[in-house]
Design a protein around this ligand. Structure first.
Ligand SMILES: [Zn+2]
Ligand SMILES: [Zn+2]
Length: 403
């Protein structure tokens, strides 16, 4: 009798110990949205935003847009400035990534996103500092909760091999080992990468769904095939310029938009100092294929957004203040000098600019039920040769527990 009671007690203790661990690995659903377990997001009333944005603690209003800068720097990243990426979240539940430069998925992980929603990326052009983390999101997002394909919109090139479809196709091929190794363990559809290549030379709506419209228009960089984007939803607009020299398409399409993001590059003298380029090359980089600070200011003076956002420089003290001063020579309107993890909340009557505070040990929220239940191929017994399996030492590893 005593033995039976002890066994019974042991089972209860084991269940108690194993129960919470399983529960904590799943996000909580709050009003249909996934949040890390234990988080209770608050509604923001009367524009009374906390000074810091703590990810997953605020409900996005149904008429609100939230923009998070995930990367604001250069191809040569610094720990504080990853390469270009902006996340746009809408009150209708949709999320969009505009560019996904190298290193930006580190900051993305920091905000503990619901990866199942991050399946739409819009590339301004195919430099690594704008799309270099595509493979990282493709795989990490798949493990982290995405059960649908990752879709990538991007421009055509002067030749097919310089276009977005070719890049995506080659990324898929390059990571064949990775994806094959994971097949069966993860949902099949999440492992797919789909490209939507469009004609970079046309101003056209390239995405229209769920009352969201995204228009692409040409940009001038150092080769054919760069674009900028405008997102319209529910009377709010977000314009995202990748790399570009000032141009007529930007002035036309960004005119009067709510939040307008445009690159604001270094001056030639700054670039000579920090990159060691001779003047001729420094001028070419900063002022022929990019937009230096005075040019950024002139663009914003012409466009007159509710909020102008400058990025694509390092936020070093000795550089940033000088860039700011030069922008102010040609623009005196609302201005955000974006840093990584700058957060901009937008409604019809208010724009709030803050910084996000993230936990450097931020843990993914875990996969939701939809991910668990998404169709999978059979897990293959082995993708390894028999001789390799035979070299394993099985009794070094505890056996699986009975199911
Ligand atoms: Zn570029
Ligand atoms: Zn760039």
């Amino acid at each position: 009798m005593k033995t039976h009671s002890l066994k019974y007690l042991t089972v209860i203790v084991c269940l108690l110990l194993s129960g919470p661990a399983l529960v904590n690995a799943k996000p909580d659903k709050v009003d249909g949205e996934n949040y890390p377990s234990g988080r209770v997001p608050q509604e923001i009333k009367n524009n009374n935003y906390p000074r810091s944005y703590f990810p997953n603690t605020e409900k996005l209003g149904e008429n609100e847009m939230r923009i998070i800068a995930l990367g604001t720097g250069m191809p040569t990243q610094t720990p504080n400035n990853k390469s270009a990426a902006f996340l746009v979240e809408l009150g209708n539940g949709d999320s969009f990534l505009f560019d996904l430069g190298s290193g930006s998925t580190d900051n993305l992980a920091g905000i503990q996103p619901d990866y199942s929603k991050l399946n739409k990326v819009f590339a301004s052009h195919l430099h690594t500092d704008h799309i270099g983390d595509l493979a990282s999101l493709w795989i990490a997002g798949w493990i982290g909760g995405r059960y649908l394909p990752l879709e990538v919109w991007g421009p055509s090139g002067a030749t097919p091999e310089l276009g977005t479809a070719s890049m995506v196709n080659h990324i898929e091929k390059a990571w064949a080992w990775d994806v094959t190794a994971r097949s069966g363990i993860l949902p099949d559809a999440g492992g797919k990468l789909i490209s939507h290549e469009f004609d970079f030379s046309k101003t056209a709506v390239i995405y229209a769904k769920n009352d969201v419209e995204i228009t692409a228009f040409p940009a001038i960089h150092n080769m054919d095939s760069a674009v900028s984007y405008r997102l319209d939803w529910n009377g709010l607009s977000f314009v995202f310029g990748g790399d570009s020299f000032p141009n007529q398409w930007f002035l036309k399409n960004a005119k009067g938009a709510d939040v307008v993001v445009h690159e604001c590059f270094f001056t030639p003298e700054q670039w000579m100092k920090i990159a060691g380029f001779p003047y001729k090359q420094a001028y070419w980089v900063t002022s022929k294929i990019h937009t230096p600070p005075e040019g950024f200011g002139k663009i914003m003076s012409a466009v007159e957004p509710r909020m102008a956002v400058a990025y694509h420089y390092w936020n070093h003290r000795d550089i940033e203040f000088e860039i700011f001063e030069k922008v102010r020579k040609t623009y005196d309107g609302p201005l955000t000098m974006a840093n990584d993890l700058t957060v901009i909340n937008v409604t019809k009557d208010h724009i709030e600019v803050r910084e996000a505070t993230i936990n450097q040990e931020a843990w993914a929220q875990g996969t939701a039920k939809e991910w668990d239940n998404a169709p999978r191929s059979e897990t293959k017994d082995s993708l390894m040769s028999d001789w390799l399996i035979k070299g394993g030492i099985s009794d070094f590893v505890p056996p699986p527990r009975p199911q």
